[in-house]
Ligand binder design. Structure first.
Ligand SMILES: NC(=O)c1ccc[n+]([C@@H]2O[C@H](COP(=O)([O-])OP(=O)(O)OC[C@H]3O[C@@H](n4cnc5c(N)ncnc54)[C@H](O)[C@@H]3O)[C@@H](O)[C@H]2O)c1
Length: 470
C-alpha cells in the first residue's frame, strides 16, 4: 500500500522522488529533443528485459463514460495485455532515463463520475471510436467499470444530461461527496497516487474575474451560498485540491483556473494543470506557425473550420459552450507570430454523420518575398478521441510525479498538452509554440527549470509586419 497520510490538505501525499538528470556527455548529436528520443517503445520493450516500476495510480475521471475517457481506459487495458504499441503517447518516445520516475501505463486504474450510468463497454460501443477487434479485446475490462453518480448543472451544459446523478442539498455537500468518492477509490484500489482528470462535456463560459473567485475565503463562502457562478467543473476541482489530489482540466470549462483555487493549490502543494487538450488542429497550428515565422512568411489571414459529430460536438452546438471552445482555440497565433493575425477565424460545426472522426480544414494566406501571395491548405482527418486519450493518460502520470516532487500550483511545463495553457499568475501570456513547450517539458523531466514557459507579453519586441509591399 502506498503511503496515504491524513491531513487537512493533502490526504494523498507520497513523499519526494529522485530527479533523473540528463547526462550531457551521453547525448548524441542533434537537437535538444533528439537527444532524448529512443523510438516508440523505448528500451523497456526492446528485449532488454526491463520492467517499469510497480507504482499504481488512480485516474479519477469526470466524464468517465465519454468518448475520450472510454478510449483512454480501453487503450490502457490493451497496453496491459500487450496488444498494442504505444503510438500517440508522447512520453513513450522519450529516453527511459527521463521517464523512469513516472508511474507506468500498466499501473493506471480508472474510476470516475458520469451523468450516464452505462458501463464503459456500452458507452464505448455508442461512441464508435474503437474498431471491432480492439473493442472486443477491451470489452471484458470495460464492462466491469460503471461511472459513479455525478454532479451536473444544466445551466452550465444545456445539451448533455443524464440520470446518474447524486441528490445533494447544495454545492457544499457535492464537494464533500466528491471528496468521499476520491478517498474510497484510493482505499479500494490500493493506490500509490491519485489524479483527478476532467474529461466532461464543455460548460458555458464563466467570468473568472468575479469576486467570488478572487480568494479562497470568497470561494468557500460562494460554495456555502450556492453562488450560481460556480459550475460543476469547479466543484470537482475544489474537491480535488482540498483532498490533495492533483487536478487536470482537459476541457475548455473553467475549473481550477481562478485565483482562489490556484492559491489554494499552491498552499496545499497540489499540482493543477489545464486547459483544453491541444490535440488536432491547434496542435498543428502551433507547430506550423513557428516555421512560417522562421522564414518571415507573413500570415495575412488564417481560416480554420472543423466538423465533428460526436457528443462533444453536440455539447458545442450550444452557443454558450461553443464560446468557451472558440476562446481557447483562438489565442495561439498572435503569441507565436508576434503580431495580430487579421481574419483569424475559427469555426466548429456539429455534423452528426462524421461521429468521432473529426475533419479540420485550414486555409492560410501568406505573403512572401516582394509581396507575393501564397496559400497553404491543410485537411486533417483525425480521430478526435484517438488523439486526445493518450494526452490525458500522460497528464495523469506527469501530475502524479509533480505531486511527488512537491510542486504545487500551476504546472506551466505541461503547456504543450493544452490549447490555453494556464500560467501561474493566470494573466501572463503562455508560450504556445509546440517545440518550445516540448523543450520545457523535457527540461522539467530532466530536473532542470523549464525555460520561458510563460511568455509574459504577447507582442513586445515585435513589429506588426505589413501584409502588402509598397
Ligand atoms: N480531441 C478531443 O476529443 C478533445 C480535445 C480537447 C478537449 N476535449 C474536451 O474533452 C471533453 C470530453 O470530450 P469527449 O469527446 O469525450 O466528450 P463526450 O461528450 O463523449 O464525453 C463527455 C462526458 O462527460 C459527461 N458529463 C457531462 N457533464 C458531467 C458532469 N457534470 N459530471 C460528470 N460527467 C459529466 C457526459 O455524460 C459525457 O459522457 C470535452 O470537454 C472536450 O471539449 C476533447
Amino acid at each position: 500500500m502506498g503511503a496515504l497520510s491524513e491531513g487537512a490538505l493533502g490526504v494523498w501525499s507520497t513523499g519526494s522522488v529522485g530527479v533523473a538528470r540528463a547526462d550531457p556527455e551521453s547525448m548524441g548529436a542533434g537537437g535538444y529533443m533528439e537527444r532524448y528520443r529512443t523510438g516508440l517503445n523505448g528500451s523497456r520493450e526492446n528485449g532488454q528485459g526491463e520492467r517499469p516500476a510497480g507504482r499504481r495510480i488512480g485516474m479519477a475521471v469526470v466524464g468517465l463514460g465519454g468518448a475520450v475517457a472510454t478510449t483512454a481506459v480501453a487503450g490502457v487495458e490493451l497496453i496491459k495485455r500487450g496488444l498494442i504499441e504505444k503510438h500517440g503517447l508522447p512520453l513513450a518516445a522519450l529516453d527511459e532515463d527521463l521517464v523512469e520516475d513516472l508511474a507506468p501505463y500498466e499501473g493506471i486504474v480508472f474510476g470516475g463520475w458520469d451523468l450516464s450510468g452505462d458501463d464503459l463497454a456500452s458507452a464505448a460501443s455508442g461512441h464508435g471510436v474503437l474498431d471491432g477487434e480492439r473493442f472486443e479485446a477491451a470489452k471484458p475490462a470495460l464492462s466491469t467499470i460503471r461511472p459513479w453518480p455525478a454532479f451536473g448543472n444544466e445551466e452550465f451544459c444545456r445539451k448533455v444530461s443524464g440520470d446518474n446523478v447524486v441528490a445533494v442539498s447544495g454545492n457544499a455537500e457535492a464537494v464533500e461527496k466528491i471528496r468521499e468518492d476520491l478517498r474510497r477509490f484510493g482505499e479500494e484500489n490500493d493506490l500509490d497516487g491519485l489524479v483527478l482528470v476532467n474529461l466532461a462535456s464543455t460548460e458555458k463560459r464563466t467570468d473568472s474575474t468575479l469576486p467570488v473567485f478572487a480568494t479562497p475565503e470568497a470561494f468557500e463562502e460562494g460554495i456555502k451560498a450556492d453562488d450560481p457562478a460556480v459550475g460543476p467543473a469547479m466543484l470537482y476541482a475544489y474537491a480535488a485540491i482540498l483532498e490533495g489530489v492533483p487536478y487536470v482540466n482537459f476541457t475548455p470549462s473553467v475549473g481550477a483556473d481562478v485565483p482562489a483555487l490556484v492559491k489554494l493549490a499552491e498552499e496545499g502543494g497540489v499540482p493543477v494543470a489545464g486547459k483544453d487538450g491541444k490535440t488536432g488542429q491547434t496542435m498543428l497550428k502551433t507547430a506550423l506557425a513557428p516555421a512560417l515565422k522562421a522564414r518571415a512568411l507573413t500570415v495575412d489571414s488564417w481560416f480554420s473550420a472543423n466538423i465533428l459529430g460526436n457528443r462533444d460536438g453536440q455539447a458545442l452546438d450550444d452557443p454558450d459552450s461553443l464560446a468557451s471552445k472558440v476562446e481557447t482555440k483562438g489565442s495561439v497565433l498572435d503569441q507565436i507570430l508576434g503580431y495580430e493575425v487579421p481574419n483569424h477565424v475559427v469555426r466548429i460545426d456539429y455534423y452528426p454523420p462524421r461521429g468521432d472522426n473529426k475533419e479540420a480544414w485550414d486555409n492560410i494566406d501568406l505573403v512572401g518575398f516582394m509581396g507575393a501571395r501564397m496559400q497553404l491548405k491543410i485537411n486533417f482527418l483525425c480521430g478526435d478521441s484517438i488523439l486526445a486519450a493518450p494526452l490525458a493518460i500522460e497528464l495523469a502520470r506527469l501530475s502524479d510525479l509533480a505531486k511527488r516532487r512537491g510542486e504545487g500550483g500551476v504546472q506551466e511545463h505541461l503547456g504543450m498538452f493544452f490549447k490555453a495553457p494556464m500560467t501561474k499568475d493566470l494573466v501572463s501570456v503562455p508560450e504556445h509554440a509546440l517545440h518550445k513547450q516540448e523543450e520545457n517539458l523535457v527540461r522539467w523531466l530532466s530536473g532542470e527549470s523549464p525555460n520561458g514557459s510563460t511568455n509574459g507579453h504577447a507582442t513586445a519586441g515585435h513589429k506588426a509586419p505589413t501584409t502588402r509591399e509598397g
